[in-house]
Structure formats: structure tokens, C-alpha cells
Design a protein around this ligand. Sequence first.
Ligand code: F6P
Length: 324
Amino acid sequence: IKKIALLTSGGDAPGMNAAIRAAVRGALYHKLEVMGIIRGYQGLIEDDIEPMDSKSVSNIIQRGGTILKSARSKEFLTPEGRVLAYQNLKKHGIDALVVIGGDGTFTGASIFSSEHNVPVIGIPGTIDNDLYGTDYTIGYDTALNTVIDAVDKIRDTASAHSRLFFIEVMGRDAGFLALRSAIASGAEAVLIPEVNTNYQKLSEFLSNSYKKQKSSSIVIVAEGDKVGGGALRTAEKVREDHPDYDVRVTILGHIQRGGSPTAYDRVTASRLGVAAITGLLENKRNVMVGLVNDEIVYVPFEDAIKNKKPIKQELFSLIDILSI
Ligand code: F6P
């Protein structure tokens, strides 16, 4: 391998820039040439590709977003789109691809690699932390801290008005962000897609807290909570069943995807970025580089995509115990 290209794809995550920096500098350290692909797979199809050097990644470790920009390419989902992508790789003499993103990014990478025999290595970057085979994904820690900061502020006003708040956090199919932020912000309850919402249980809990005259209550709802249907619908039902409560809803939205990455995300991104290059040089192909028990691991894309990362029951139980 002499020349590699790098792209970010799917939802951006704080720390992606730190990962880009680490992969570029890791590659230059090993005397590889590096190209940056702008706007993910779509940029690859449209030949939006630029050379990168050490300077192109200076002063970005602290920045949110991604200097390579991101996209969710529909064209790359088609075999014709992937042929165009492959032709552009060949045109630039690129031997291998480093992709930073989540499961959608790795699914695309896996298909592309098997169709065109291109070595690809993946770096997990998503605030959802929902990739099997790695304890953490880049961006998760920063997003968690953003959520906690927001919930702390909402708690002030909730408490001043003795209100019940439903706060929706991101996670289309996963409740990792919701669960940990609920624990860290002292939320009274959490609703996540991995656990069937027991509305009856929530309802009983709310009746009890009313009797106990709790000054405020916060329920964290994962965007992907299927049974409740998100914070707005659950709040609507609670308003009907518990008219004594003064209910409000806050949907945190894309604020969770921005901001300067935490130290943890910067360090993780730096480690995974360099390990992606080392992996490629050690002939690792079509794998995601991850962290398990603080050690670098390489997980086949197939495993990372197919398996569902389990929620820790121990963490989930904490909510009930700590909200008595
Ligand atoms: O996968 C990251 C994520 O932020 C999810 O939590 C969320 O459901 C989705 O992306 C939102 O995507 P978009 O920014 O394309 O609306």
C-alpha cells in the first residue's frame, strides 16, 4: 500500500476531525501518500478528492464537525454508483480506503470492498455508540456531556416550576446515549428502544412521585423508543392520565452532534486513527478498529454490522434504584 484515501460518512460526530488528523499523520509517518475525499461516498462518486499533508490537519483536533464533510449517499447504495467510485479510486492510484462513520458507513464499505476488492478499514465515529465490537465510538462521550449539560439546565427550571419534563435525546435505533445520560443527570426514568417501554410502570412511578411531592421529574426518552413513540407522544399520554402534572417536552436534536470533543474523544480518536493505518500496513482488511477494555481490537465489518450491541442490564437497573 502506497497511497490511501480517507472519508467521513453518515451523521458527523465530535472527534471525527481528531481521527482524520491521526489517520493522516499516522499515514505520513509511515511514508504513505494521503488523499481526502470530500462529502463521503458521494464525493468519491463525484471525484471530489484532494491531496492531504500534515498541514491540512493542523489546528483541527479541537473542532467539532468534519473538515472532510459528510453525506448519506443514495447513489453509493447502487452497483452503478459503486463502479464510479471504484473508477475514481483507480484514477488517483489509491490502494486503500479509511472510512470514518457508523454502521451505514461500514455496510457500504463492506459491499464495496467485496465487489471491487479494495482494502478498507473503518474507524467508528457516531454519537450513538451502537457499534458491536467496540466499547466506545468517537463522539459518544462529547454528546453525553452535551446532553448532561442541557439536562442540568432544564432541571433548574423544572424544579423552579415543579414540572415533569420529557427530554428526547438522539439514537434512532439505540438507547446508549439515553441510558448513560439518564444515569449521569439523575433522571427519574428512561425510555429506550432496547427495553420494551412499560408504560404502566412509568405511570405508577409518576403516581408515587406525585404522592411524595417530588419537586421535579425528568424522563429521558431515546428518539428510537418504539413503544412510546418518542417524547411528544409519551408526554401526550401522560398529560391525559396524570392531569395533576405540569408536563413539558424538550427535544435536544442536533445540538448533540456539535461542539468541541472531550479529552476522552480526542484521545480515542487519536488512538483509533493511528491504529487504522497500522492495521492496514499489517494487512488487516475489511475490519473496524475498536477499543475493548481499553485495548485496540480489529473486528470484521460483518460482525460489527450484523450483531447488535447489548445494553448493560446493570446500568438499566440503576435508574430504578437511584430514583426511589
Ligand atoms: O446516527 C447518528 C444520528 O445522530 C442518530 O442519533 C439520529 O437518529 C440521526 O443521526 C439523525 O440523522 P440526520 O442528521 O441525518 O437527521
